[in-house]
Design a protein around this ligand. Structure first.
Ligand code: ASP
Length: 280
C-alpha cells in the first residue's frame, strides 16, 4: 500500500514561512488520514477521500479557498481515474459546490463522464450536492488587491496503490487565478491526471504547459512500455525544457515505486509508504 499527495506549488513570490509550515503540517496530517483509510478501502475510494480532505482545507487552491477567475467567480475542476477499469471522469469549471472530486466520482458510473459548467452543476444538484460558496475572505481580498497575479498556485492531487495492487489518481483545482472566465485547466484532463494498471500520476503547475507536454498520460504510457517511474518522469520533464514548461507531479507505479518531480521550486507534497515523508 502506498499513498502520495501534493498541495501544488509553494509560491516563489511568497516568503511566508508560516504558510509553508502550515501547508506541510496539513499535508502530513491528510496523508496520514489517507493512509489509514487505504487500509480498509480501495485505491479509488482513497484518492476521492484524500482529495476531498485537501479540498476542505482552505490553504489549498481546490474546493474552499480556490483562486478566483477574472470575472470574480470561482470555477472548480477535478478529475478521477481508476487504474483498474481505465475509466476517467471529471468536472470542468463547475460553480458553487463544495467537493468537485465527489461529483467526478459520481460521474464514473455514467457513459458521459466529463461535464463542464452549467451541465456539471445541474448534474451535481440532481445528485443532491448542495449550494456551497468556496470563496474565502482571504481569496476575496487577494482578488481585490490583485495579489495572486503573482503565481500563487496550490492545486491538490493524490495517487494511491491499494492492497490488491490497484492504482487510482485524483486531482482538483481552482485554476490559475485571474484567468479568462471558463479557461480550461489541465486538472480534469488526461494531461493532468492519469492512471492505469501500471502507474498513476497527478500534476500541478501551469495547465497550458502540462497539456502541451501531455504530462500525466505520457509518463504513465512510458511506465506501461517498460520505463521505471523515475525514468519515465525524468524523460518527460526533460521534454518540458524546450518551452520552459512549469509543472510538478506525484506518482506511484504498480511495482510500488513512489516518485515526485518539479520543474521549478517548489511543489509541496507528502507520501506514506510505511513511514511518513513530508517535503517541499
Ligand atoms: N494546473 C492548474 C491549472 O493550470 C493550476 C495549478 O496546478 O496550480 O489550472
Amino acid at each position: 500500500m502506498k499513498l502520495i499527495i501534493h498541495g501544488g506549488f509553494f509560491s516563489e513570490s511568497s516568503t511566508n514561512q508560516e504558510t509553508k509550515k502550515a501547508k506541510q503540517d496539513a499535508l502530513s496530517q491528510i496523508v496520514t488520514f489517507g493512509y489509514e483509510y487505504l487500509k480498509s478501502h480501495t485505491a479509488l475510494e482513497t484518492v476521492v477521500y484524500t482529495v476531498s480532505l485537501l479540498e476542505d482545507n482552505d490553504l489549498f487552491n481546490a474546493g474552499i479557498g480556490s483562486q478566483i477567475q477574472s470575472d470574480g467567480k470561482v470555477r472548480l475542476s477535478a478529475s478521477l481515474m481508476d487504474g483498474k477499469t481505465e475509466k476517467f471522469s471529471g468536472v470542468i469549471n463547475i460553480e458553487d459546490v463544495k467537493n468537485p472530486v465527489e461529483i467526478a466520482k459520481n460521474l464514473l458510473n455514467y457513459d458521459d463522464r466529463v461535464l463542464s459548467g452549467e451541465g456539471a452543476q445541474l448534474f451535481a444538484r440532481n445528485k443532491g450536492f448542495e449550494y456551497f460558496n468556496p470563496i474565502t475572505k482571504q481569496r476575496q481580498s487577494e482578488y481585490e488587491a490583485k495579489l495572486n497575479q503573482q503565481n500563487n498556485k496550490g492545486t491538490v492531487g493524490c495517487v494511491a496503490l491499494d492492497d490488491s495492487g490497484n492504482l487510482a489518481a485524483a486531482t482538483s483545482t481552482g485554476g490559475k487565478g485571474f484567468e479568462i472566465p471558463c479557461r480550461v485547466s489541465d486538472s480534469a484532463t488526461v494531461a493532468g491526471n492519469y492512471a492505469n494498471q501500471y502507474a498513476g500520476i497527478s500534476c500541478t503547475g501551469v495547465g497550458e504547459d502540462i497539456v502541451s507536454g501531455a504530462l500525466a498520460a505520457k509518463i504513465v504510457t512510458r511506465v506501461t512500455d517498460g520505463f521505471t517511474l523515475k525514468a519515465a518522469t525524468d524523460k518527460s520533464f526533460a521534454e518540458l525544457k524546450s518551452f520552459d514548461g512549469f509543472a510538478g507531479v506525484v506518482g506511484i507505479s504498480a511495482e510500488g515505486e513512489i516518485y515526485h518531480c518539479d520543474s521549478h521550486p517548489y511543489m509541496v507534497w507528502a507520501s506514506f509508504d510505511l513511514n511518513l515523508q513530508v517535503f517541499s
